[in-house]
Ligand binder design. Structure first.
Ligand code: PEP
Ligand code: MG
Length: 906
């Protein structure tokens, strides 16, 4: 026998594994073990490790079965001993569930088999033991269906195919004239089993397996196989989960929530996963099994009385009706509820995080089937972390680490404008499953949602209920609306995980997939019509509703403060206007890392003077136009310096090729000619002369200032004069003048000389002085590798990773869209290198630049101002590369702070 342990058993308050073994046992397996260790009732079972999953893909099914057979047989014996039942027994058959469980939770993405062990003899024994014929035959027909779908491959592969078992059930219901499965008789269920098995034989050519061991091996291998199903692969891609991790398999004694009215099954959260409110909540179904609650097929009831009342109020259900038809678990089964309440408190305190629980009540006895850290929205993430910090459950560092930088983005998204809401027509109301505002065109199928989204359209995915197959469509949609399902339905859980707005269980919707319409009362909505969703209230509106910027609360400010406290790197913003600068400042930016001065030239009066400068025949002509630009630039800089009130402002000299400032089409050129009072031919000739085959590698950056020094002179004068004017008003100014696109130190030396010369001139004119710095962008590979020479001339470096990526990878910033999707699909690159830094390539140049620069000037200030400055993974890289700051767009400043703090705390 091999010495590697591949199977870990648990049960009766003992376990071979524990909660720390997520990598080996998966999240579910590790927590099942841990729950046993803390004395919580869990049906006995065992976990087959994630390593076996990897072996399955390396060595194949047969080799793996032989490898784990002895351990699995022994573990089954263990369950038999604890339950007093026997696997394959005719009289006391042990039934088990077989479930997946990866290291990171992947809700609903992989396969599950319940009631395994049933066959024609076992079903009778089950009926006899429970005294419940209907229950036994219902369990059996569910098992044949699940096993047929999952293990024997009968599940429909596309939306056109139908599940063969559902077709048989539908036919029978039609024949019997009933609507619900629950209205079928025990004899009907018996007949269903016979028909299901016949369907299996017809499709697969083989009999349905009656031997429980054969069933068990089939199920275990099917779970391993499901690690590579399409939706699991997509989910991993969306959530950055490596394929190498593999899934564990959990085999557990079955407990039944569908044994009658003293049985139930449910899902609960220790706090509200949508808002973060510290309130126990969840949903359950009486006389239901396993996945019924999450599948969203029956609208479930609330666990707590408080939750039930809130639900009834939202749905317009009277208190009497609520009590009679939809009582809470607290009312229906008070003893089991009390035990569940105590357990959830215990588990949250034990794991010190919000838990997502699954439980089953079998004949009045509560069993816990799962606990895991619950998925949550950005708002809930923030509130839970700050509340738990205040409650003393976690410390500051943990609170910071609990908040995912990328998820903060959700809080910065717009919400519906209150005035616009007043005029908006409320179509209907569902459950507020995942907060936020969303507006888009109605689309009914996931493939269409993905396609429309690729075409640049905003869509709302509308489904009767969602299933894991809809994942790509949910991801592409602005929001999700379902007619069925509760707060724990698939749509709700997945949407919250994605931070997507979702309204579920809007029962008034009559969705017709064939006609592609929704009917709500008298209103008919067709595919392509606009609707809007408020995921915080559950309201659905006709048409587009205007949105406004999000308001940030105290928790947000508190988190930002902690992030600043723990991060070593500082965060600045890329901002060109006082408005941007103010936003950045309010989000905690400690300076401006990049002010692109060319953006100041595009406004009406400025573009005229700019064009005059470009059109000029000689230096004298350019100087006349530049003199007009000078006061405008000076004014702009003054406003920026005032807002930043002593925080550093990095002003970059003119960068883009000049042709960007002149119209390229005839109409525009004629207008420009008229405006400037010159001939159209002259304009056309000048525009043609500016044409470059490769403008990104052409006459731009410091090459402009080196060929037309008067441009640099004007800009340097505007900056220095503005800074001195503001200082005179008693406002401190820290100015950093930045030269773009330097490839060798001589270019920078030439520009620096011009700047210093102008500064001296201004100082002499004013008989005053001020401090300023002159630095450069490192955005050409040559600059990075000759950074030691450049550092001799530079007071600071700022890595322009947009251009550095373009020039290092040889991917055009403007044309990458043509091949990027294919490259990503084929795995030729992992991510868009313009969004997340190519650490092995471009990143190495950044490190080289920092290293060589500081070799010459140990205190050299280094930052980054490319788009990567707001990407969490790139921010982490920058921390470890020793940068002093990152600079990013104002709305990403909080994300960058949090990412920087995470890097420092790792
Ligand atoms: C860069 O190249 O990274 C940069 C910040 O400059 P720009 O995007 O303006 O070229
Ligand atoms: Mg650049």
């Amino acid at each position: 026998m091999s010495t590697v342990k591949r199977v870990y058993t648990f049960g009766n308050k003992q376990a071979e594994g524990n909660g720390k073994m997520r990598e080996l046992l998966g999240g579910k397996g590790a927590n099942l073990a841990e729950m046993n260790l803390v004395g919580i009732p869990v049906p006995p079972g065992f976990t087959i490790t994630t390593e076996v999953c990897t072996e399955y893909y390396e060595k194949g099914r047969d080799a793996v079965v032989e490898m784990i057979r002895p351990e699995v047989e022994k573990a089954i014996k263990g369950i038999e001993k604890q339950t007093g039942m026997t696997f394959g027994s005719d009289t006391m058959p042990l039934l088990v569930s077989v479930r997946s469980g990866a290291r990171a939770s992947m809700p609903g993405m992989m396969d599950t088999i319940l009631n395994l062990g049933l066959n024609d003899t076992a079903v009778k024994a089950l009926a006899k033991r429970t005294g419940n014929d209907r229950f036994a035959w219902d369990s059996y027909r569910r098992f044949v269906q699940m096993y047929g779908d999952v293990v024997l491959g009968m599940k429909p592969q596309s939306k056109e195919d139908e599940d063969p078992f559902e077709v048989i059930i539908d036919e029978m219901k039609k024949e019997r004239g009933v609507r619900l499965d629950t209205e079928l008789s025990t004899d009907d269920l018996r007949e269903l089993v016979v028909k299901f098995k016949a369907a299996v034989k017809e499709r697969t050519g083989a009999d349905f397996p009656t031997n429980p061991w054969e069933q068990l091996w089939g199920a275990i291998m099917a779970v391993f196989q499901s690690w590579m199903n399409e939706r699991a692969i997509l989910y991993r891609k969306l959530n950055n989960i490596p394929a190498e991790w593999g899934t564990a398999v959990n085999v557990q004694a079955m407990v039944f929530g569908n044994m009658g009215d003293r049985s139930a099954t449910g899902v609960a959260f220790t706090r509200d996963a949508a808002t973060g409110e510290n309130i126990f909540n969840g949903e359950y179904l009486i006389n239901a099994q396993g996945e019924d609650v999450v599948a969203g097929i029956r609208t479930p009831q609330q666990i707590t009385l408080e939750g039930s009342r809130r639900w009834a109020a939202a749905q317009g259900v009277s208190e009497e009706e609520r009590k009679a038809k939809y009582p809470s678990l607290e009312e229906a089964m008070p003893a089991a509820y009390k035990e569940l309440f105590d357990i959830q408190e215990h588990l949250e305190r034990y794991f010190t995080d919000m838990q997502d629980l699954e439980f089953t009540i079998q004949d009045g006895k509560l069993w816990m089937l799962q606990t895991r850290n619950g998925k949550r929205t950005g708002a809930a993430m923030l509130k839970i972390a700050m509340d738990m910090l205040a409650e003393g459950l976690i410390d500051e560092k943990t609170a910071v680490l609990r908040c995912e930088p990328a998820k903060l983005d959700e809080l910065l998204h717009p919400v519906f404008d209150a005035t616009a809401m007043k005029n908006a027509k409320v179509l209907t109301k569902g459950l507020p499953a995942s907060p936020g505002a969303a507006t888009g065109e109605v689309v009914f199928f996931a493939e269409d949602a993905a396609k429309w989204n690729r075409d640049g359209r905003k869509v709302i995915l509308v489904r009767i209920e969602t299933s894991p197959e809809d994942l790509s469509g949910m991801n592409a949609a602005e929001g999700i609306l379902t007619a069925r399902g509760g707060m724990t339905s698939h749509a709700a859980v997945v949407a919250r995980g994605m931070g997507k707005c979702c309204v579920s269980g809007a029962g008034e919707l009559i969705i017709d997939y064939k006609a592609r319409t929704i009917r709500i009362g008298d209103t008919l909505i067709r595919e392509g019509d606009w609707i809007s969703l408020n995921g915080s209230t559950g309201e659905v509106y006709l048409g587009q509703v205007a949105t406004k910027a999000a308001e940030l609360n105290d928790d947000f400010t508190k988190l930002l403060g902690l992030a600043k406290k723990y991060s070593v790197m500082r965060v600045r913003a890329n901002a060109d206007t006082p408005g941007d600068a103010r936003t950045a400042f309010s989000f905690g930016a400690e300076g401006i890392g990049l002010c692109r001065t060319e953006h100041m030239f595009f406004e009406n009066t400025r573009i005229k003077a700019m064009r005059e400068m470009i059109l000029a025949d000689d230096e004298a002509g350019r100087r006349v136009a530049l003199a007009k630009l000078l006061p405008m630039q000076r004014g702009d800089f003054e406003a920026l310096f005032e807002v930043m009130n002593g925080y550093p402002v990095t002003v970059r000299l003119l960068d883009p090729p000049l042709h960007e400032f002149v119209p390229q089409d005839e109409k525009g050129q004629r207008e420009m000619a008229a405006e400037m009072n010159v001939s159209y031919d002259k304009i056309k000739a000048r525009v043609d002369a500016l044409h470059e085959v490769n403008p990104m590698l052409g006459h731009r950056g410091c090459r402009l200032g080196n060929t037309y020094p008067e441009i640099t002179e004007m800009q340097a004068r505007a900056i220095i004069e503005a800074a001195m004017n503001v200082e005179k008003r008693g406002i401190p100014v820290k100015v950093e003048i930045m030269v773009p696109l330097v490839g060798n130190h001589k270019e920078l030396r030439y520009q620096r000389d011009i700047i210093e010369h102008v500064a001296e001139e201004v100082f002499a004119e004013r008989n005053d002085k001020m401090e300023y710095m002159v630095g450069t962008m490192i955005e050409i590979p040559r600059a990075a590798v000759t950074a030691d020479q450049i550092a001799e001339v530079a007071d600071f470096f700022s890595f322009g990773t947009n251009d550095l990526t373009q020039m290092t990878l040889g991917f055009s910033r403007d044309d990458i869209g043509k091949f990027l999707p294919v490259y990503l699909d084929k795995g030729l690159i992992k991510a868009d290198p313009f969004q997340t830094l190519d650490q092995n390539g471009v990143g190495q140049l950044v490190k080289t630049g920092v290293f060589k620069g500081r070799d010459v000037k140990p205190q050299l200030k280094c930052g980054i101002c490319g788009e990567h400055g707001g990407d969490p993974a790139s921010v982490e890289f920058c921390h470890f590369a020793g940068l002093n700051y990152v600079s990013c767009s104002p709305f990403r400043v909080p994300i960058a702070w949090l990412a920087a703090a995470h890097a420092a705390l790792k």
